[in-house]
Design a protein around this ligand. Sequence first.
Ligand SMILES: Cc1cc2nc3c(=O)[nH]c(=O)nc-3n(C[C@H](O)[C@H](O)[C@H](O)COP(=O)(O)OP(=O)(O)OC[C@H]3O[C@@H](n4cnc5c(N)ncnc54)[C@H](O)[C@@H]3O)c2cc1C
Length: 419
Amino acid sequence: MTTNTNWAGNLAYHSQQSLIPDTLDQAQEIVAQATAIKTIGTRHCFNDIADTEGTHISLAKLNQVISLDETNHTVTVEGGIRYGELGAYLHQRGYALPNLASLPHISVAGAIATATHGSGVKNGNLATSVNAIELLTANGTLHQYNRNKNMDTFTGAIVNLGALGAVTKITLDIQPTYQVRQDLYCDLPLSTLSDHLDEVLSYAYSVSLFTDWKSDSFHQVWLKIRLDQTPDFIPPATLFGAIPAPQNLHPLPGHAAENCTEQLGQPGPWHERLPHFKLDFTPSSGAELQTEYFIPRTLAYPALEALFTLRQKIEPLVFVTELRSVAADDLWLSPCYKRDNLAIHFTWKPDQPAIEKLLPQIEAALAPFQPRTHWGKLHTMSPNKIASSYYRFADFKILARTLDPNGKFRNPYLKRLLA
Ligand SMILES: Cc1cc2nc3c(=O)[nH]c(=O)nc-3n(C[C@H](O)[C@H](O)[C@H](O)COP(=O)(O)OP(=O)(O)OC[C@H]3O[C@@H](n4cnc5c(N)ncnc54)[C@H](O)[C@@H]3O)c2cc1C
């Protein structure tokens, strides 16, 4: 057995071997020969979604930009590339992506497989930038899915949990590069959100609210302002009662701000401001676990009130909670399928047994508010409950069975979910 673990170190993978092909031909050969296989990205998930009892195949060496199409405004990359490298490549050539997650360390294919997201009331998750993919399926053959050619199957194949095969090529929509500034505010009372949640979340291109649960307030609000859209932005003296941060801050109290992207209104390229954390530094805490639930934006405030009734149970276990908005999309397994969401994220201290005891209480508090869970993070929701919250779940099962009839890519996580 290989002894490698996920990034957080809370899961030792059960793979019998890990293979890193140098070429696409080798990758096809490995998949064709395997009986049980799972593609591994940069290992940033917190649950067993990327685990396997068979072979791990990593596309880390198939990580190049294949082409930049300046006529159609797309970039095509190999399946192993990370956002950090892609962001720098695009910016140098005058292009950008619409959004990024809190960290640039993750692979593009792994991020879109789980509907990874940033923030912004008008910004969909990162998978919504996908224009086409090439999928290496169970029998070793390559299949292309394109938003303009096979629309319905395409919308099923993008947020794929790694269940359909290995994504070997991705074409993403791009746009002209742009500058972003970050302005942080401190101490926004929860009660402000009862009347102003949408206004706060819409105040900038991307907005994040952080609470450490020590009081009924958010100790930090991060505004990311696109300067091509709002060139004359003047930071307000107060933001719904919150006051400007006097210095650069880390969202986790007690952590060094040097790990974080530049703040205090200093403009910089999109790929160095949209993530909270710098590529060459440890993102977040480094010793942590994560959970995240998506709630329809229309139900967000009552859901927050319900959660705050658990404040005294959450506070000892958590580093920080982050609220972000994610716009609705049409991807079958996206938690944002056909609804605008508030994403409620927990960065936990690394005490998994205590967290797993608390999660059912959090999920019970959120149950009236149509929660969906992040595919790559810890939760205790039953597979039936999860399946019943996705209108196209049955269609995804059919797609998975069609492309992988013998369940070669079906690891224990997918067996539970797709049973
Ligand atoms: C510090 C930290 C911060 C984070 N911040 C955010 C955030 O801001 N927003 C957010 O939504 N999430 C966030 N996450 C969660 C994480 O980014 C996602 O869960 C993402 O899926 C991780 O990508 P990965 O490449 O590491 O995937 P892995 O964990 O390696 O794999 C995840 C899934 O993708 C599949 N996969 C990987 N590569 C391929 C491929 N080539 N073809 C097919 N399937 C593939 C795997 O089989 C598996 O099912 C964060 C995680 C950490 C550790």
